[in-house]
Write a protein that binds this ligand. Structure first.
Ligand SMILES: [Zn+2]
Length: 457
């Protein structure tokens, strides 16, 4: 039994009343938050066995939630810069991903997890690699939370041969993963169904995934309306856009997490709101090749919008802190409206609304009595973040990953004062370098030199 009191802290609760304390305190008991209030009040009634931590003007946020990550792509960072989508897919990422083994996926997830913890993320939604076992093992060791999914494709042109599988096989493997991982690591791991995109998923797979997700009470993680070509493909093969077609198949629902959603019509935004479809907005990745999602319009329609980083080869910066900053800028620029998507909305998109998007709001997303002790301690005393005239805005537009000092999930320290405590960071970095080089070699991926390299190895 461990009780900890954090006091003299700025606290952004993200509770329904959006309470903020400038000199507040939080009492945790093992994995739960048991009390929140003014520092002086909580200190006055404190029991002697409680560990008391004076945060001395640091800030506490709920653990951030990254709703779209490809952890298995972390070793492919830098393989996808400045190329067309087709080159990205056929010459870089498919060869990379199809040459990974389970051990690579494990190390890739560890590396990605370290970057997540260092940027204040305590929960991720994995979009789907091939090896749920490798990813699950890494998540368990990292101490973060994750919703795992397997990348699932039962059709599509140009797929690597080893990925070709029937609809039945694709579903059987997912059911196996779900039964093995759902609720594991003390409840920190959940498993969902993954659908890659309409390019690679048959209607049979889509409909059966939805039925199974409902049966198991879990969600579906799917890239939706990601690129313009997707609309044309869907119209040609299904006679409707992706979203219209998903509606016809009965898949638009509150347990669908639709990722990117860059190419939605106004009518489709209305449909998302009507069916309570959840959205993961990945602004940096979208800007590379896909476009600008209509996030202010979605928010106005009442859609639950969260934020994700996507994978390392689409967004070399895998930090939600950078994504918050990008989100705060691009919609202002697109709409020529400096009031679009304000900082308080963006903080909700990475905390309470993200928890809702992952159907986990009963335990995560805000600092409230009874919720899980997933906390991020921010040290704002840096040249890049001070002064704090408007601390909430600063957390979105000035904060860097370097301001994240300590991170707790499930009442356990994952990082304390900049030191990762759950895994051996330096060993993982070394192993990641070796494995990344070996995968690229195995896959035969060759990047053209950008400059005249004098001492080629
Ligand atoms: Zn993705």
């Amino acid at each position: 039994m461990q009780k900890t009191l954090f006091y003299n802290a700025g606290i952004v609760t993200m509770d329904p009343e959006r309470r903020q304390f400038n000199k507040g305190a939080i009492l945790t008991h093992d994995d739960r938050i048991v009390q929140i209030g003014r520092s002086a009040e909580l200190l006055a009634g404190i029991e002697p066995e409680v560990e008391c931590l004076d945060l001395n003007g640091r800030w506490i946020l709920p653990g951030l939630i990254n709703t779209h990550v490809h952890t298995s792509q972390q070793l492919g960072r830098g393989l996808g810069d400045d190329v067309s989508l087709l080159t990205w897919l056929h010459e870089r990422i498919w060869p990379y991903e199809s040459n990974l083994n389970e051990g690579d996926s494990y190390i890739s997830t560890l590396l990605c997890g370290i970057e997540q913890i260092r940027s204040g993320v305590t929960c991720i939604a994995e979009a789907g690699g091939q090896y749920v076992n490798g990813m699950g093992r890494a998540v368990d060791e990292l101490g973060i939370r994750a919703i795992l999914a397997r990348s699932t494709m039962d059709m599509g042109e140009g797929l690597p041969e080893k990925w070709i599988e029937s609809t039945d096989q694709a579903l059987e493997i997912q059911i196996e993963n779900l039964e093995k991982w759902h609720g594991k690591a003390g409840g920190r791991i959940k498993a969902w169904f993954g659908l890659r995109t309409i390019f690679n998923n048959s209607d049979d797979l889509i409909v059966r995934s939805k039925k199974l997700a409902d049966k198991y009470g879990v969600g579906i993680h799917m890239h939706v309306a990601e690129v313009k070509e997707e609309l044309e493909f869907a119209k040609m093969t299904r006679g409707a856009t992706t979203v219209e077609h998903l509606k016809d198949l009965g898949v638009l629902d509150k347990n669908l997490l639709a990722v990117h959603t860059v190419w939605l019509s106004d009518e489709e935004i209305r449909m998302f709101a009507e069916w309570d479809v959840k959205v993961s907005h990945n602004p940096a990745s979208a800007m590379r090749v896909l476009g600008f999602a209509k996030v202010p319009e979605m928010l106005n329609a009442g859609i639950c919008v969260s934020i994700g980083t996507d994978g390392a080869p689409t967004n070399n910066r895998m930090t939600l802190i950078d994504e918050m900053w990008v989100t705060s800028l691009i919609h202002k620029g697109r709409l020529l409206d400096p009031t679009a998507v304000p900082a308080e909305t963006i903080l909700a998109m990475v905390t309470c609304d993200a928890a809702r998007a992952l159907l986990w709001e009963d335990e995560l997303g805000s600092i409230e009595t009874g919720k899980k002790a997933d906390l991020v301690i921010i040290n704002p005393h840096s040249a890049t973040m001070l002064p704090l005239h408007d601390p909430i805005a600063n957390m979105v537009t000035a904060m860097r990953a370097g301001n994240v000092e300590s991170v707790m999930a499930d009442g356990r320290w994952l990082m304390k004062e900049g030191q990762i405590l759950t895994v051996n960071e330096s060993e993982i970095l070394e192993e990641a370098k070796k494995r990344a080089a070996a995968i690229v070699k195995r896959a035969g991926i060759q990047l053209p030199d950008r400059f005249q390299v004098i001492d080629k190895q």
